[in-house]
Design a protein around this ligand. Structure first.
Ligand code: LRH
Ligand code: MN
Ligand code: MN
Length: 431
């Protein structure tokens, strides 16, 4: 029996008030889609089966380099975080797994944690290692790098940490390790690009060697930050080289916020799919840099275009295509639970919209060089309000027609605020 964090009666009462309107909207959308040769129930079935992982670090209030303003009822530990994640899953039914970050998540009793996940109906997605900050008491500092550090003992310590993450994940039932390093330089000349990359590859080979047979490793590229001049794993090209060098269990992870403004991310996605190295995503949105804003909040069309590539690959059953979907966001001015629920919904929306693209017509317009109609074909799908499909999928899976409204009605935040002591705000500390 799954423990629910919010009384199901509250969810049902909230749903009741919206049921008639939803049924009508679903029916009317179904009629419009059927005119386009699309069976609405088939789209709903795919949306129902879809899931995106929630980052454990996302349920706490984030900060910027300048300050952090904690909210009420901040989770105190990984158990509180799992409970918040369970709320998101209960209401959206789109987030069945949680991605942990070690050592931000302090895991002392692994079987207790696993049991907690099971009792809440949550599984464990990719494990994230952290060699971009120093843990208290650690012997060698990562100030000048980790897996690419000039000092062999520091590299060995970073490798060891990744092995520990694999071991924790193995016991929890995770099947992947995500590695992001902040290694790089702030000044020209500070680091030898080639030697640093060689050291990184060498260290990652030791991590790769420790992967269980049924695991994958995702390496995550990022253009800059914390290093401002050069970054060791700075772009998808470097990332692809890493995946190639390591072997068949290594894949590239695309965090939507880790590219220069205006970069054609959907094309990067297509390239990685074509060569069998797309590992997965960290979904978020941004205007300037790695802003970690809510997914789809700035440029929903770009998110749709990414999903257009994914559905294209899914439709033609591209070889080795099995990307992991995760959110990676920082919430500074919103209730993190509300942001994560909204973001999960936005990801489902992009998926549903991509599913209703008329791919046959699109291919025809592409072959005929009909640029306008090709673009219009995508726009027709993007302009379609698929909310009734998403809401019906949630309802039929026991979730909420309107997750944020149900969450606010439940009083969950006030309840946990009474149980969890207030946290002091303060100065910076960006992640
Ligand atoms: C780096 C990053 C990476 C980290 C997370 C906290 O910017 O995207 O995925 O693990 O943020
Ligand atoms: Mn990320
Ligand atoms: Mn990031």
């Amino acid at each position: 029996m799954t423990t629910t964090m919010i009384s199901q009666a509250t969810v049902e009462a909230e749903n009741e008030s919206r049921l008639t309107a939803l049924r009508r909207d679903y029916e009317s959308l179904g009629e419009r889609l059927s005119r386009r040769g699309i069976a609405i129930d088939e789209i709903k079935r795919k949306v129902t089966a879809y899931g995106v992982a929630v980052p454990s670090w996302g349920v706490g209030t984030g900060g910027t380099r300048f300050a952090r303003f904690p909210g009420k009822g901040e989770p105190r530990n990984i158990f509180d975080k799992l409970e918040d994640c369970a709320v998101i899953q209960q209401l959206t039914r789109a987030t069945p797994t949680v991605s942990l970050h070690i050592p931000w998540d302090k895991v002392s009793d692994i079987s207790e944690l696993k049991e907690k996940g099971t009792s809440l109906g949550l599984g464990f997605d990719a494990m994230n290692s952290n060699t971009f900050s120093d843990a208290p008491g650690q012997e060698h500092s990562y100030k000048f790098g980790s897996l690419s550090h000039a000092d062999a003992a520091t590299r060995a310590q970073a490798v060891e940490h990744n092995l520990e993450c694999i071991e924790i994940g193995r016991q929890l039932g995770s099947k992947a390790l995500t590695v992001w390093v902040g290694d790089g330089s702030n000044f020209p000349g500070q680091s030898n690009f080639t030697r640093a990359f060689e050291r990184y590859l060498d260290a990652m080979k030791s991590v790769y060697a420790a992967l269980p047979d049924d695991w994958r490793v995702y390496t995550e590229h990022k253009m800059f930050e914390p290093a401002f001049y050069s970054t060791v794993v700075q772009d998808w090209g470097s990332n692809y080289l890493i995946a190639q060098e390591l072997g068949p269990k290594a894949f590239c992870l695309v965090d939507l916020g880790h590219h220069a403004p205006n970069v054609n991310i959907e094309m990067i996605v297509a390239r990685l799919i074509q060569f069998g190295k797309l590992g997965g995503f960290h979904f978020n949105d941004s205007k300037y840099g790695d802003d970690d804003l809510d997914t789809g909040s700035i440029d929903p069309y770009r998110l749709f275009l990414v999903f257009n590539e994914l559905v294209d690959a899914e439709t033609r059953k591209a070889k080795g295509f099995e990307p992991a979907h995760m959110l990676d966001q920082s919430h500074n001015v919103t209730d993190p639970i509300e942001s994560l629920m909204t973001s999960a919904t936005e990801v489902c929306r992009a998926y549903a919209q991509a599913l209703i693209v008329d791919r046959q017509a699109l291919a025809g317009y592409q072959d005929d060089n009909d640029a306008l109609m090709a673009s219009e074909t995508l726009k027709v799908a993007f302009r379609t309000d698929v909310e009734p499909i998403l809401a019906m999928a949630r309802l039929e899976s026991g979730g909420a027609i309107a997750p944020v409204a149900a969450y606010r009605k439940s009083g969950y935040r006030a309840k946990v605020a009474a149980e969890r002591p207030a946290v002091a705000g303060g100065g910076g500390g960006i992640v």
